[in-house]
Write a protein that binds this ligand. Structure first.
Ligand code: 0RQ
Length: 494
């Protein structure tokens, strides 16, 4: 059976108001770019006629300007999950124009299979190779693709020729059995393969193939600064000391590293510390730093869900693809983030906090408890189950007007039960084997910026005693002062 080439506009015409639409990819990587843009145009033409047009959009993780950006601007998203990182979408969902919710990334595919979100009307999938019987090679990110192509009523393919070197062999497509028949996921080391390099899509479901030549358009990271460099150095020194103390095996343990500037800096910290041995990664995104780690021989292997490289690094990767063939494997998000494997492999998980409290609760998502930043992403999948769960953040933000360590976080993503270590540029708070008040003293003295240490010590003086010490009237005094006076340093406890 022949599968026709069609335009993005024709493909979009198969998407209707109210449809549940699921996309391939994870972050920008492997996400279709042309059809979502054409759906945004279709929405605009409906709106111009006074007719409603919104889709419910489900993805592996965040997307990019082509997807969340375009569809938000066209007012074409009804419901959205999980994780986004686009400014216009962030603003729109915080206005309440998009019904956004934020599950753990490892839950998304199984939620779809369990029927929790209803039918998938259309799956749009970026591929880099394809044959007429529906066998495809995916691109730079998997996300939910193996599940959504099984369940979607219709599949639209974006055939991307931007990748000028073959990605064949980098993927491990796998869908677990569901309860009550689920078995163990048989991954015992990061490089174990359990699935197929090729993904089979039922050709009868494929509406057509849209040719594309779009890159992921991922921007390069902000250069390291003194703060992020110090965070990286502190993490590396802590892990090296843990090895010397025998609490990390001499073979080291696989690393998971989150997204963003701080996570990128932590990896550079590991790279520069000679006491950290060669290690493997079991993570959900590899960013630019990982190519340097691999080329320096510091990282020998990375299992990931996506290659979240800037365009510049992606071109470098493609030029040197044979070097990477035995060093990288891409898995679906529910496997890259699977709690069973995270616990079995004993990961060192490093994620970034927006704010932490003095007891070790972490807010990764909501500024002032209300304004959604990006989402929990995979941080919860890893944090709860890792061998060592580390949260990183600069001790201050906004030129010092804001302390990232506060008496009580305004939203809790990761509780003090799961968070083992906090690292800022000031130092390291090791929270293991510590009662709440020991934790509070360690965090204040080791991680808080000197401008804020007296304020947090004063908070404890006015706090009501119990297992935790808190003063419910003053717990958010720093946040209130920032809102009223623009600087938490002006906080006075009365
Ligand atoms: O704002 O962009 O206006 O300057 O937040 O902060 O310090 O540049 O840090 O890029 O590493 O992102 C938590 C958002 C950190 C990210 C977060 C403001 C700050 C700045 C960014 P500007 P930085 P990063 C696996 C893991 C959750 C998901 C996750 C994230 C902007 O890491 O989304 O961990 N994590 N996934 O000024 C107000 C505070 C603030 C604050 C920072 N306390 N109050 N604003 N900012 N702290 C990956 C996946 O799941 C795919």
């Amino acid at each position: 059976m022949s599968i026709p080439f069609i335009s993005a506009e024709e493909a979009a015409s198969y998407v209707n108001n109210g449809d549940n639409v699921a996309l391939s990819g994870f972050t920008a990587s492997g996400t279709p770019k042309l059809v979502p843009k054409a759906i945004a145009e279709r929405a605009r033409s409906f709106h111009a006629k006074g007719e409603p047009f919104k889709i419910n959009l489900y993805t592996g993780a965040s997307t990019n300007e082509f997807v969340d950006g375009e569809l938000t601007t066209a007012n074409a998203i009804g419901k959205r999950a999980p994780y986004q990182g686009t400014k216009v979408t962030r603003e729109s969902l915080n206005r309440g124009d998009i019904d956004f919710y934020d599950p753990h990334l490892s839950h998304m595919s199984q939620d779809i299979r369990y029927g929790f979100i209803g039918d998938i009307d259309v799956a749009i999938v970026e591929v880099t190779e394809m044959n007429p019987s529906g066998e495809v090679i995916l691109g730079a990110g998997l996300g939910m693709t193996p599940t959504i192509v099984q369940l979607a009523k219709k599949v639209i393919i974006e055939y991307c020729s931007y990748y000028r070197t073959s990605f064949r062999g980098f993927h491990d497509n796998y869908v677990p059995l569901d309860p009550p028949h689920r078995r163990e996921i048989p991954i015992y080391k990061p490089s174990d393969r359990i699935g197929s390099t090729v993904l089979q899509i039922d050709p009868k479901k494929i509406i057509g193939v849209v040719p594309s030549n779009e890159s992921e358009s991922v921007k390069s990271f902000t250069q390291l600064n003194d703060t992020t460099r110090a965070i990286g150095r502190n993490v590396a020194a802590f892990l090296a000391a843990e090895m010397r103390a025998g609490r990390i095996p001499k073979e080291f343990l696989p690393i998971q590293s989150g997204v963003g500037n701080v996570a990128n800096a932590a990896l550079y910290g590991l790279n520069e510390n000679d006491d950290i041995p060669r290690f493997e990664m079991f993570t959900e995104v590899v960013q630019d730093a990982v190519t340097d780690l691999m080329e320096n021989g510091k990282c020998s292997f990375a299992s990931t869900c996506a290659l979240a490289f800037s365009d510049e690094t992606m071109l470098h990767f493609m030029d040197n693809i044979n070097f990477y063939r035995d060093k990288l494997l891409m898995r679906p998000g529910e496997i890259s983030n699977h709690p069973e494997i995270v616990r079995r492999l004993g990961l060192i998980a490093m994620n970034t906090a927006l704010e932490c409290d003095i007891y070790g609760n972490v807010n990764s998502t909501h500024v002032n408890g209300t304004y959604m930043m990006n989402g929990i992403g995979g941080s919860g999948d890893f944090c709860r189950n890792a061998y060592l769960s580390i949260f990183l953040c600069p001790s201050i933000q906004k030129g010092g007007a804001l302390s990232a360590i506060v008496p009580m976080v305004t939203h809790v993503d990761h509780t003090d039960h799961s968070v083992r270590v906090i690292v800022t540029e000031q130092g390291v708070a090791d929270l293991r084997n510590k009662a709440p008040m020991e934790r509070a003293r360690t965090i204040i003295e080791n991680c808080v910026h000197p401008d804020y240490r007296p304020i947090l010590r004063d908070y404890l003086k006015i706090a009501r005693r119990g297992h935790f010490h808190h003063n419910l009237e003053a717990a958010f005094a720093l946040h209130r002062t920032f809102q009223e006076l623009g600087d938490m340093r002006l906080t006075k406890f009365c």
